[in-house]
Ligand binder design. Structure first.
Ligand SMILES: [Zn+2]
Length: 458
């Protein structure tokens, strides 16, 4: 059967390809789930099977945004422990998190995904690491939510096996055993991971962090991921407390500890990486280890400013992350473009730290690279997946900013007129087409209240 085509014309286009090619007024032709062509001016004449033509006048078209770090379940524990640093915040929230069950996780995943999708995210990820005993099929619930909303998705199957009694942070009842965590992770990969080009669901192996998992879980987790051919994800170098923990317990800093357990490599990406010295950054660059930069969460928890300009200069792959919404209540990624730029300008490189195009690259192709999918999505190029966003930049918030990329990054969050994943439109005029936002809001609120009651023992 001949491909059905969607034609988008008369919009500015930031392709985020290797040369940062842009068109002041251009076109994109989508054929089935791929980008067939992109270029200046109107689309070629004589195209067959055009099912839809979109006039993009007043819009900027970019690759869909790619989120590289999140914890969906936190959607139902937002706005708590608001004035804490990371360790105190974790200690305050773990007892509540340990009570989650499958309906709660499904509702929270829908809320997290819906919020990101209507803000231009086309590829999402969830690092889920809380699996209380008897809580149901949490991985299945999360993957089902992403599938139903139509968002491209990586589940980073997390785990924790180091509880308070072993010197870790989580309470004893919130963790799995080493063998249990590894077996369940292997099972999740076998059941859900799709290695093909254009996969809608992938799975990564993702022990939570150095202070909540054993050395053995890191080591054997890395072996498992490599045996299965999937990626590895964890939190790294987030706070000074973590650095102290690693020095006291292992006699080395977090990056050296990760290296000693097999956790540096071009199949690994790590969230945060705030406290990195020059040698740490060089080790990431040498090994191709990726970084999920989460500027709002790092600010919310007073963790510090990651050295993104230095990482980029060294050649480290860097993407952006919302992080869990208990530490970034907005749950949006398009605002992280702006926050990444602004927060990095408070660091050593000041006004030269990042520019608008670098910020857009972090949120698109940078993220796709970090998820191991830079050849498939993250830029607007012929042959790539049709993951695209049409941002309205001629309205009240943006019409006086002449450069559309500057409008998108420096301005207020731009309205999303249309967002496509795999050639399928999932957002129109800031509203999800694939799910009922009001229903999601209600069910997430109900599940948040149920969790709060259970946690309070009432
Ligand atoms: Zn996180």
């Amino acid at each position: 059967m001949a491909a059905s085509r969607i034609v988008i014309e008369n919009c500015a286009i930031a392709t985020v390809d290797a040369h940062d090619t842009e068109y002041a007024s251009g076109h994109v032709v989508v054929a089935d789930n791929r980008i067939e062509s992109v270029g200046a001016g109107p689309a070629p004449e004589g195209l067959q099977n055009v099912t839809r033509r979109i006039d993009g006048t007043g819009h900027l078209l970019t690759p869909g945004l790619v989120n590289t770090h999140h914890h969906f379940y936190q959607w139902i524990t937002r706005g708590l422990a608001t004035d804490h640093n990371l360790f105190d915040w974790l200690v305050a929230l773990y007892p509540t998190w340990a009570r989650i069950d499958e309906p709660m996780v499904r509702a929270a995943a829908e809320g997290s995904l819906a919020m990101m999708a209507r803000g231009g995210v086309t590829t999402a990820m969830d690092h889920h690491y809380v699996f209380p005993q008897g809580s149901g099929d949490l991985s299945g619930a999360i993957i089902g939510a992403a599938r139903d909303l139509g968002v491209r998705f990586t589940l980073a199957r997390g785990s924790m096996d180091l509880s308070e009694k072993d010197g870790g942070l989580p309470p004893d009842f919130a963790v799995e055993t080493l063998d249990g965590a590894l077996a369940a992770t292997a099972d999740t990969v076998d059941k859900h991971h799709d290695a093909s080009f254009g996969a809608m669901t992938q799975v990564a192996v993702a022990p939570c962090s150095p202070f909540s998992v054993s050395t053995e879980l890191l080591r054997q987790g890395a072996e498992l991921a490599r045996a299965k051919g999937v990626r590895l994800h964890t939190h790294g170098s987030e706070t000074v407390e973590e650095e102290k923990f690693c020095h006291e317990r292992f006699g080395m800093g977090p990056t050296a500890y990760f290296e000693s357990t097999g956790w540096l490599g071009d199949d690994v990406w790590m969230a945060h990486c705030v406290h990195m010295n020059d040698a740490d950054i060089a080790a990431f660059a040498r090994t191709g280890t990726g970084v999920a930069h989460c500027p709002s969460s790092n600010a919310r928890l007073a963790a510090g400013i990651a050295r993104v300009p230095d990482m980029l200069a060294a050649g480290v792959p860097v993407g952006l992350g919302v992080d869990g919404t208990a530490s970034n209540e907005s749950g949006e990624l398009h605002t992280e473009l702006r926050n990444a730029l602004l927060i990095n300008r408070l660091g050593a490189h000041r006004e030269a730290a990042l520019n608008a195009r670098q910020a857009l690259r972090l949120g698109t192709h940078g993220g796709a690279r970090v998820l191991g999918r830079g050849d498939q999505t993250g830029s607007v190029e012929a042959g790539k997946l049709a993951d695209l966003v049409l941002w309205k930049v001629d309205g009240l918030g943006h019409s006086t900013i002449a450069d559309p990329v500057t409008a998108l990054v420096f301005g207020a969050p731009a309205p999303v007129t249309a967002s496509f994943v795999d050639g399928r439109q999932i957002v129109e005029h800031d509203r999800l087409l694939t799910a009922d936002e009001d229903r999601i809001a209600r069910s997430a609120r109900d599940e948040a209240q149920r969790l709060a009651r259970i946690a309070a023992g009432t």
